[in-house]
Design a protein around this ligand. Structure first.
Ligand code: GDP
Ligand code: MG
Length: 164
């Protein structure tokens, strides 16, 4: 069974951009996930000889105006986290910390799941700039990456796979 990496985080932090970076086969069907094979948020990834499965979250239906979008987000996140060997918790290095980031961090800490805190959109940012706030989330080291520019992704994937 390939290791499973889940991408979680509030909307707009760059999860899907990172998913596309981590999967060469964007619409690939993941054959060894019985029952979930038609879910388009699963992708195959490979780095060198190492293969893995990535789960994107947040492909939810538009908000019906009754808060259902939040329930659906939470459901997808919980399902992805449950299936994952390691979670990449994505935050936005430019936008800084939000209340939703705290909620997700608390959830991940409660579960005790191996989680890596990833600060995306960090291209062109000075080392340490703005990132120190994220240590408040209590998840340890912050990994700056730029999904859009492909910076820091290889070492992040190696680190994630090594941490399983
Ligand atoms: P998601 O809602 O978490 O899946 O976020 P998306 O992947 O849809 O990205 C949200 C927005 O952030 C889009 O406009 C992306 O182009 C932008 N974005 C994603 N990654 C980066 C990045 O590394 N740097 C910058 N500056 N923008 C990014
Ligand atoms: Mg998305």
């Amino acid at each position: 069974m390939k290791p499973v990496i889940a991408l979680v985080g509030r909307p707009n932090v760059g999860k899907s951009t990172l998913f596309n970076r981590m999967t060469k086969s964007r619409d690939a069907i993941v054959a060894d996930f019985a029952g979930l094979t038609r879910d388009r948020h699963y992708g195959n990834g490979r780095q060198g000889r190492r293969e893995y499965i990535v789960i994107d979250t947040g492909g939810f239906e538009p908000d019906a105006g009754d808060g259902s979008i939040f329930r659906e987000m939470a459901r997808q996140t919980q399902q992805a986290v449950a299936e994952a060997d390691v979670v990449l918790f994505i935050v936005d290095a430019r936008a800084g910390l939000s209340a939703q980031d705290h909620d997700i961090a608390n959830y991940l800490r409660r579960l005790g799941k191996t989680s890596i805190l990833v600060a995306n959109k960090a291209e062109g940012m000075k080392e340490g700039q703005q990132l120190v706030d994220f240590y408040e989330l209590g998840l340890g080291e912050v990994y700056p990456v730029s999904a859009a520019h492909g910076q820091g992704i290889r070492s992040l994937v190696d680190f994630a796979l090594d941490s399983i």
